[in-house]
Design a protein around this ligand. Structure first.
Ligand SMILES: NC(=O)c1ccc[n+]([C@@H]2O[C@H](COP(=O)([O-])OP(=O)(O)OC[C@H]3O[C@@H](n4cnc5c(N)ncnc54)[C@H](OP(=O)(O)O)[C@@H]3O)[C@@H](O)[C@H]2O)c1
Length: 265
């Protein structure tokens, strides 16, 4: 029987790359995002190319209605084989300068949605004795930098949540992975304030990975049962430096020099 996955944030970038990889492996797909036309085009393309079922679900995951729609889809397709909590975004800028609603929206997409959808998916997976969940975090989880408090905070939640859940689910046949991509080509740095800062133009090319490479590395790591997946040796080194308290200092100095944010922000 064909496997089924739900991918949040499948419109572009890493989520769309997961959709392409998994469709090629024969998975039926539920794809969630707000840019309905793009999502529908991707679903139609993958269904036609691979002979799978692909459903585009238009939902704003910062809202309870959007989260309920996604959770309802999971329950209707239980037991899900793979849930990918990938939807996310960044808001660079000082904590006070950014409106509180935007912070709360990030909390809802990164944390509330992950909790809600994981809670919806696990009962079916536990009953079936199989399944996997990938939570897309970031090395930022280890980097409490200025201008990034909510992003780092919400991603840190995903790390600890995933690790604790993995321990709790040991022996059930269910795998949890927390994925920490570094700088990745996607729509992430084309949105809002990020677009004004020209990350692509200024950061060295070697630091960037493609969304396809990130998704492929993650799926290989899942096959190997790895809890923490950090695609790219340079990102693994950065996380190591962050864990011993060095990367935050180095990155902060570099970014201040490039004037990505001022000390006042
Ligand atoms: N790119 C990087 O350098 C990088 C580095 C570390 C971690 N990450 C993480 O990787 C994940 C994927 O990001 P990406 O790089 O692939 O960026 P992206 O191309 O901008 O993709 C983000 C996805 O999230 C969806 N999304 C955002 N807000 C949403 C909302 N309120 N409701 C529903 N969907 C929403 C977007 O869909 P719509 O726009 O259609 O709503 C889009 O499909 C994120 O969790 C991000 O934090 C990215």
């Amino acid at each position: 029987m064909a496997k089924t996955t739900l991918i949040t944030g499948a419109t572009s970038g890493i989520g769309a790359a997961f959709a392409r990889e998994l469709a090629a492996q024969g998975y039926n797909l539920g794809l969630i995002g707000r840019r309905t036309k793009l999502l529908q085009t991707l679903a139609d393309e993958l269904a036609a190319k691979h002979g799978i079922c692909a459903e585009a679900l238009s939902a704003d995951l910062s809202t309870e209605a959007g989260q309920a729609l996604a959770a309802g889809w999971i329950q209707a397709h239980a037991p899900l084989d793979l849930l990918i909590n990938n939807a996310g975004f960044g808001i660079p800028g000082g904590f006070v300068a950014v409106p509180a609603e935007e912070h709360l929206s990030m909390l809802a997409v990164h944390a509330d949605t992950t909790v809600h959808l994981t809670h919806a998916a696990l009962p079916g997976m536990i009953e079936a004795g199989r399944g996997a969940i990938i939570n897309v975090s970031s090395p930022a989880a280890y980097l409490p930098l200025p201008g990034n408090a909510m992003y780092a905070g919400t991603k840190a939640f995903l790390n600890i949540f995933s690790e604790a859940l993995r321990a709790e689910l040991r022996g059930t046949g269910i795998f949890i992975q927390v994925l920490l991509p570094g700088f990745t080509y996607s729509d992430f740095h084309k949105r809002g304030e990020y677009a004004k800062k020209d990350f692509y133009g200024t950061l060295p090319k070697w630091i960037w990975m493609t969304s396809e490479a990130v998704a492929q590395t993650s799926l290989r790591a899942l096959d190997n049962g790895r809890l923490v997946c950090i695609p790219g040796l340079h990102n693994q080194v950065m996380v190591f430096l962050a864990q011993i308290g060095l990367a935050g200092f180095l990155l902060n100095s570099a970014l201040l020099q490039k004037k990505y944010w001022s000390k006042k922000e």
